[in-house]
Design a protein around this ligand. Structure first.
Ligand code: GLY
Length: 375
């Protein structure tokens, strides 16, 4: 029976992965060298605003994943490798981009994978520079990396990016960089992660004194609500932070976020866009939060000493991937160009609501590959 379930999961998830490859291939044939962010009525190319410029690593990131997936299946990975390089190279100048807090998203999905494949020092240098640039956002008063919106603002999302500072610190032996990453994570844990494992999107500080003033939100329902994608960023981000630091507090935080996610999400594992939005609004799911949570739980489960808990997160991640693959794929490619339907970017600004979003597709593909390597 267990064997049967593993086989049917493998078949379902492999089917989803092959579908994802087809959608990305169609996208790059239709719109070469274009880096989309979210769909409008299922179409990637439109003039809708970006709000901030943070997503360019996700499309090539998927190509790197496809390359490895094809190599694992003993098929020719070279076509995906060529595409991945073609879409990764133009990102290099972003290693100096001081306008966004997203350099981890951009470079860990691309140059990190490229470096893992080749061991080329030049790619490691790009990663190190990106880590150093991100660290320049550090506020000595308050001990956090400022978000792109203002000096006094800290976002939960930055936990997904701080890994590149840990990486740069480890590869260079730079203790100051490590200190910045650690302090940012400790501040985020203190001010944005609540006692029940839920998270706030944003923290506001007094920039004169560094005093933490209050929780806030940009993309969530309200300051005291739990925006599901922010929770998923936190779950994944604190797991990564534990991998680099081995500080058990960060592992506990990742587990608390995972447990909140599991206990507040319907049984199919796909959450509402905000756990505390009013009931009608909560009918809108965010599949991207589900994909990130699955990817995060697959990382978390391998960090735990307790195999029972590890298995619990593993099987939850598989349940989420199963639901996404069965119910949320954009199965009509002539009408829907993305992989996962039902993502949400910025509900208050009306951007990418109930659409495909590039990070949702990327973390879905990352989680599928991770799961398929083990199934
Ligand atoms: N800015 C990151 C997000 O929308 O989750």
């Amino acid at each position: 029976m267990i064997h049967f379930e593993l086989e049917s999961d493998r078949e379902l998830l492999t089917g989803a992965m092959l579908f994802a490859q087809k959608q990305v291939k169609r996208l790059i044939e239709k719109h070469p060298d274009y880096y989309p962010m979210y769909t409008k009525d299922g179409k990637w190319k439109h003039e809708g605003p970006k709000w901030t410029h943070w997503c360019d690593g996700f499309l090539p990131g998927m190509m790197w994943v496809f390359r490895r997936f094809e190599a694992d299946r003993e098929r020719d990975p070279n076509w995906w490798r060529e595409q991945a390089i073609r879409y990764t190279k133009p990102l290099e100048p972003r290693k100096l981009d001081r306008d966004v807090h997203d350099l981890g998203f951009i470079f860990l999905s691309t140059y990190y994978r490229w470096h893992q494949l080749t061991g080329e020092q030049a790619f490691k240098d790009v990663l190190i520079q990106a880590g150093r640039t991100l660290a320049m956002r550090y506020k000595d008063k308050g001990h956090y990396l400022r978000s792109f919106v203002a000096d006094n603002s800290l976002f939960i999302d930055i936990m997904m990016n701080v890994g590149i500072i840990f990486y740069a610190a480890r590869e260079t032996g730079d203790r100051n960089l490590r200190e910045v990453a650690l302090r940012h994570a400790l501040t985020t844990r203190r001010v944005l992660v609540r006692g029940d494992g839920s998270t706030s999107h944003e923290g506001i500080f007094d920039i004169g004194t560094g005093e933490f003033l209050h929780q806030s939100t940009q993309q969530g329902y309200r300051a005291d609500s739990c925006w599901s994608r922010g929770l998923a960023w936190s779950l994944y981000g604190f797991s990564t932070c534990y991998e680099y630091s081995r500080d058990p507090h960060f592992l506990q935080t990742a587990e608390a976020c995972a447990d909140y996610y599991i206990t507040h999400t319907p049984s199919d594992g796909v959450p509402p866009w905000d756990f505390n939005a009013p009931p009608d609004s909560r009918k809108q799911v965010d599949t991207s939060a589900g994909a990130i949570a699955a990817a995060g739980m697959l990382r978390l489960c391998r960090l735990l000493a307790d195999p029972v808990k590890g298995h619990f997160y593993w099987s939850t991640a598989i349940r989420i991937l199963r639901s996404l693959s069965e119910k949320h794929l954009g199965r009509k490619p002539e009408k829907w160009e993305g992989i996962l339907k039902g993502g949400v970017y910025h509900i208050h600004k009306g951007l990418g609501v109930n659409e495909s979003v590039m990070w949702g597709d990327y973390f879905f593909v990352e989680a599928l590959e991770h799961a398929l390597r083990k199934l």
